[in-house]
Design a protein around this ligand. Sequence first.
Ligand SMILES: Cc1ncc(COP(=O)(O)O)c(C=O)c1O
Length: 456
Amino acid sequence: MHKIDIELIEMTLDVMKYAIGRISATEHDIGKPKKAEELKAIVGETVTAKGVGGEYAFNLWKEHLSKANVPVDHPRNLAFVPASPTRAAIMFDLVTSASSIHGAYWMEGAGGIFCENEAMSWIVSLTGLPEGAFGVFTSGGTAANLSAIVTAREYWRRDETYKREKGLIITSIGAHSSIKAMAKVADVDILLVDSEEELKGDALRKTIDALNFHQRKRLFAVVATGGTTNAGIIDDLEGIANVCEQENLWFHVDAAYGGGALAADSVRHLFRGIERADSITIDPHKWMFSPYDCGAVIYKNPELAKEAHSQQGSYLDIFKDEGAHGFNPTDYQIQLTRRVRGLPLWFSLATHGTDRYKQAVERGLELAQIAGSMIENNPHVELVREPSLSCVLFRRIGWNPEDYTNWTYENHKKGFALVTPTKWKNGDSFETVSRFCFINPDTTEKDIAMILDSMA
Ligand SMILES: Cc1ncc(COP(=O)(O)O)c(C=O)c1O
């Protein structure tokens, strides 16, 4: 298993051939899921005492299993937050795997961590956070949000008064589901401002003023969103920063999706106030064209994260020794052993330069505006709200929720597109509508026109 023989060489060539084919292909099929039982019936037993052989297993993958996936980089995959890793980044993902680097401590992963930090410096520079701010790559936005919430809570609990209090955070219903999920993991309560539109400083102030004495005592952080997942809305970061400063609250900005737009000159001003955050989540695997999985958490004062997350153990002491002199990513987030998952991003940034990133993000923003105009000029559909960042919410006039579901399945079944419905709060009720989220700069106006035509 760990020896080199001719079979291994042949398998390496096969895998490389597959990877080259995938990386250089300009068209991909939109795969369709099958039930687990159906897949099992097709491929049979694959994990056996003697093994079925690499060639056989790889053929099963190519012929059947790979086709049950929807490529996130298909130009007509506009569901959730899709992705579009650059070819350079995908190639270096292979190099990252082949290099077997333990990315927790500088002592073992200095070369890889150095590259990660080069990429991180660029991301931090986009935020405008003051000198000393820095971050680490995480498995995604969820892990980044959790790492930030735990850091904030530990900092708050430094004060004896709060040692036995259950923490409370405020965000809005527009915040991503991971904020609620991670509050549960961190065992803190969450208070949701009931608006999916921009959370404003005034609304936050009113919410805080309405808290009772004990709730106010327990309140330690506010989470704003820099680009909501559902509609691309950026909260009033400046107004929220003001309130957080007045009230001495930790200010976290979840820009997991929208953070890539910090690179785009046309919308950078919408994020004003982010430079005053205590922590920020940005996912390079969303709008910074990295392969999965690559999130990032950034801190104004990384030392606070280190106090919260640095793991202790006699087997770890050597890694923290002066002799290892370097940056240890594990100290700033929840995970110990980690892949140097920022390495593909570094290679792609080094290859293409940051200007190309700006252009690719600007194209996503432009596609949303183009889609908005097409919707306005199409009698069957109408905008639910103006496009925001790269999200477009629109309704098909006369459709009920089942129509949206059937249409989604129909297009998916045909291998044509993946565009999924969502809900938008309309007064006191929620309306089912359709949603585009543009990331892939290779999506064309024709793609959008064809999707809208399929609704007619
Ligand atoms: C605003 C926001 N925050 C957090 C997340 C969670 O990120 P991940 O799926 O990388 O854990 C997402 C995912 O779409 C998001 O859009």
